[in-house]
Design a protein around this ligand. Sequence first.
Ligand code: SF4
Ligand code: SF4
Length: 275
Amino acid sequence: MREIENLKEAILKEYPRLDIDSEFEFKCHPGVACFNDCCGDVNIFLTPYDIIRLKNRLGITSEDFLKKHTLTPFDKNLPYPIVLLQMQENEKKSCPFVGETGCQVYEDRPWACRMYPLGLASPAEDNKQVDKEFYFLLKESVCKGFDSDRKITVSGWLKDQGIEDYNEMGEYFKDITLSKFFQDEKNLTPKKLEMFFTVCYNIDMFHKFLFESSFFDKFEIDDATKAKIKDDDVELLKFGYQWLRFALFGENTITVKGDVLQAKKTELDQQKKQS
Ligand code: SF4
Ligand code: SF4
């Protein structure tokens, strides 16, 4: 994690800042001498949406995906859990999804793989040093893509890489990770951390939590929403973010049923009388 912190510092201080219309020269294709060389020994942070795309691509549950393909490093300085793609234990520490012909999950590859060679810094990540979101180029020494004279704009690259859906889902995630709660350096209880992890990374477990419990007896969730989240992981994740804002930060994003609220109030009144 220290390496990542140092890189972050260098980016903020030294890297040229690109905006959406900036041009750069880059081309990656199967004929390049370094083909596949970047798909190993690399830290790839997985977003909740990345995990949904990958586990559905592989036809496995989120639980199995987490067990087989990820690491969840513990760092006491992190306010919430993060998930990394686990590289294989071979000499090159290859990504589990790289093959002779390139990425075997290309259509569902993670956000970070789509973005390279671009990086993105946003203000709330370090509001002292970044006043406006900016892009920058990450030039890995192994990468020959920069030897090309093909010019492309940042916006052209993002479009080419199909980043739009990833960014849309990323905005919902940011509502959680960049919330005032975390900016005020407050800590989640272990139970709330577990809820964060379940919603964000173990979506099939979250599905069970909703549909195999008394959840819908307690909260006002209309039938259309129930139907939408039952069979669609992306809609379920969007709902999960609403739930987290309610359950973790006390925001008014979910409504408790009137009778449940009344029963709780009665219980609290009785406890008060007895004390
Ligand atoms: S997911 Fe695909 S593009 Fe990303 S590192 Fe693995 S093989 Fe490479
Ligand atoms: S190292 Fe650069 S040019 Fe080579 S395959 Fe990876 S992204 Fe493409």
